[in-house]
Design a protein around this ligand. Structure first.
Ligand code: KIV
Ligand code: ZN
Length: 514
């Protein structure tokens, strides 16, 4: 039996720090349930001190999850730790993850603190966190650019103070695999009490090395990897969970450890995260990209048909590609619908809520013959967005697109309690529709991304549209799904507008007050 590699997922925390990827409480709970089905060991649900909304989202995840440990991030500050402890109070298993920067540049320019004081804060934070839970993780932020001697000193002190996991972050994605692996090996060797804690790594992908660095650390004794679904995360993202997990599983001959992830849930989880955050997965992305298992060239196809091992090192079904089941259709009843929703981790708060989503399902089933899990997830996303306090709602949309004519759109929205109608022309039906909406909401935001993905296959598939709006340094993503992509685009634009209109009152954990 090899060692267990703990998989710590931070999609809901670091992943959420990607511009535009912020998630509401209900979305976080849905993703957390998918992560639990994936059998992730630790789910970092958020940074409770960021805002009341973030606190409540972590609390909701802590209450909903039974099998995975739920973790909350806290700076090395009493108030952050108390907030995290409070948010995690009802969790079956909880962890507090506290951190402080240790690189010379961060200590001098960000914290404005001498190293002795940084050690003092770290020790105090760990001791305080231990008053809430026995499971305490400490991270020396920017460890990748910190001095080894100082890391040894602070890590030894926090183990003595009660830290059970030491997480070594390459915060800015600067490390090289060989060097990072060696750092882990040396820290384990040099810190006298290192056997009392689990070594973890948290790598960013600025140089495209997050997975390579994480795996080098595993080869040198790290037994926890922090990662995100689809590699989502601050800037270029974090190490992709699916790549780390499948590398360790596929190369059992190389890694002296194993994870307990149910790999067949990977693709469903990837699709859910992509659909909720509006971050599409590139087709050639390892494991979860649409082409990851598609053998296009004749030579490869021939090889695979004769013997799949010729060109395949993993089986598509082992990561959940073939699990794209047709689950429901036009004739499916409420019970079948409710059961499948429960299997997908969706709980309805009332019969009324169930009825309203079931009604949407029937409407969709009239337009689309086969309803897949992904369609159901899109229905839930739409229903929950509408349940939020959305100030703008789409009432009606009429577009005219004809060869030789300038496309035009007529749109009616409800903005607070006023119904407004506007029209616009544009380069195409989508352009005209979005311009007509903008003429009514006046965000003056810049549209920096517009993308359409089909949720399933076939010309009757729902199109899922993501738009990104930027204004005054604020970035939001909006999503909309419909079998008609012009309507999906209008819904996505309105969703983004609603996010822009919501007040922003949130602290970023790494823009520190410490
Ligand atoms: O990248 C980083 O250093 C982090 C810490 C908060 C662990 O995300
Ligand atoms: Zn990070």
């Amino acid at each position: 039996m090899t060692d267990k590699l703990i998989i710590f997922d931070t999609t809901l925390r670091d992943g959420e720090q990607s511009p535009g990827a912020s998630m509401n409480r209900e979305e976080k709970v849905r993703i957390a349930r998918a992560l639990e089905r994936l059998k992730v060991d630790v789910i970092e649900a958020g940074f409770p001190a960021a805002s009341q909304g973030d606190f409540e989202a972590v609390q909701a995840v802590a209450r909903a999850i039974k099998d995975s440990t739920v973790c909350g991030l806290a700076r090395a500050l009493d108030r952050d730790i108390d907030r995290a402890g409070e948010a995690l109070k009802d969790a079956a298993r909880s962890r507090i993850h506290t951190f402080i920067a240790t690189s010379p540049i961060h200590m001098q320019r960000k914290l404005n603190m001498p190293p002795d004081q940084v050690v003092e804060f770290a020790v105090k934070a760990v001791k305080r966190a231990r008053q809430f839970t026995d499971d305490v993780e400490f991270s020396p932020e920017d460890a990748g650019r910190s001095e080894e001697d100082f890391l040894c000193r602070i890590l030894e002190a926090v183990i003595d103070a009660g830290a059970t996991t030491l997480n070594i972050p390459d915060t800015v994605g600067y490390a090289m695999p060989e060097q990072f692996g060696r750092l882990i090996a040396r820290l384990r060797e040099r810190i006298p009490n290192s056997d009392k804690a689990i070594f973890s790594v948290h790598c960013h992908n600025d140089l495209g090395l997050a997975v390579a660095n994480s795996l080098a650390a595993v080869a040198n004794g790290a037994r926890q990897v922090e990662c995100t679904i689809n590699g989502l995360g601050e800037r270029a993202g974090n190490a992709a969970l699916e790549e780390v997990v499948m590398a360790v599983r596929t190369r059992k001959d190389f890694f002296p450890c194993h994870s307990e992830i149910d790999t067949r849930e990977i693709v469903a989880c990837s699709k859910l995260v992509s659909s909720i955050t509006g971050f599409p997965v590139q087709p050639n992305k390892a494991i979860v990209g649409a082409n990851a298992f598609a053998h296009e060239s004749g030579i490869h196809q021939d090889g695979v048909l004769k013997s799949r091992e010729t060109y395949e090192i993993m089986r598509a079904e082992d990561v959940g590609w073939s699990a794209n089941r047709m689950v429901l259709g036009k004739h499916s009843g409420r019970n079948a619908f409710r059961t499948r929703m429960q299997e997908l981790g969706v709980e309805f708060a009332s019969e009324e809520e169930l009825n309203s989503v079931f009604f949407r399902f029937k409407q969709l089933a009239d337009k689309k013959h086969d309803i897949f899990d992904e369609d159901l997830q899109a229905l839930i996303s739409e229903a929950s967005l509408e349940a939020e306090d959305e100030r703008v709602k789409l009432v009606a949309l009429k577009v005219c697109s004809e060869t030789g004519e300038v496309p035009n759109a007529l749109v009616t929205i409800k903005f607070d309690s006023d119904e407004k109608t506007g029209s616009a022309t544009g380069g195409g039906a989508v352009d005209a529709s979005l311009k007509a909406i903008e003429s009514l909401v006046h965000t003056r935001a810049k549209l920096t991304l517009y993308s359409v993905n089909n949720i399933t296959s076939g010309t009757d598939a729902q199109g899922e549209v993501t738009v990104r709006l930027e204004t005054e340094g604020r970035i939001v993503n909006g999503q909309g799904a419909d079998t008609d992509i012009v309507i999906a685009s209008a819904k996505a634009y309105i969703n983004a507008v609603n996010r822009l209109l919501a007040p922003l009152n949130r602290t970023h954990p790494q823009v520190s007050e410490v």
